[in-house]
Design a protein around this ligand. Structure first.
Ligand code: SF4
Ligand code: SF4
Length: 126
């Protein structure tokens, strides 16, 4: 999946400078994302930076352009400039892994509460 910008874009321009691969530009009437560049920020950030800064939440994952984390990371490596630090995949550089970390943390907390509840212990702090 690459991100796309929907018609709700108010052309504030906030997303253009935060894209790590220079994949956002104005087509004259609206800001657009180049799907051949967008990595969903995989390889760079744990969340899509354009979506993070958008004031109207109009940068969304394109449901018609499904790509795996591996495909997006390969694109990121190709777009990473020569001499730049080597990219690595981690929960800090992939929303796929960040999502899994969040799910894992939630599951661990719930299991912990269940165990402590079954023992009659006080609830662990988060
Ligand atoms: S998701 Fe990341 S890589 Fe894709 S356009 Fe937005 S800022 Fe650029
Ligand atoms: S931040 Fe959102 S509203 Fe502003 S130009 Fe980018 S997509 Fe459009």
């Amino acid at each position: 999946m690459a991100n796309i910008i929907t018609d709700e874009c108010v052309n504030c321009g906030a997303c253009e400078s935060v894209c790590p691969v220079g994949g956002i530009s104005s087509d004259g009437s609206q800001f657009v994302i180049d799907a051949t560049h967008c990595t969903e920020c995989v390889g760079f950030y744990h969340t899509q930076q354009c979506a993070r800064v958008c004031p109207v939440d109009c940068s969304i994952i394109d449901p018609d352009n499904i790509e795996t984390e591996a495909e997006l990371f390969e694109r990121a490596k190709k777009l990473n400039p020569p001499g730049a630090p080597e990219l690595v995949l981690s929960p800090d550089t992939s929303h796929f892994q960040a999502h899994n970390r969040t799910l894992g943390g939630t599951l661990r907390r719930r299991v912990g509460r269940w165990i402590h509840g079954a023992r009659g212990d006080s609830e662990p702090s988060e």
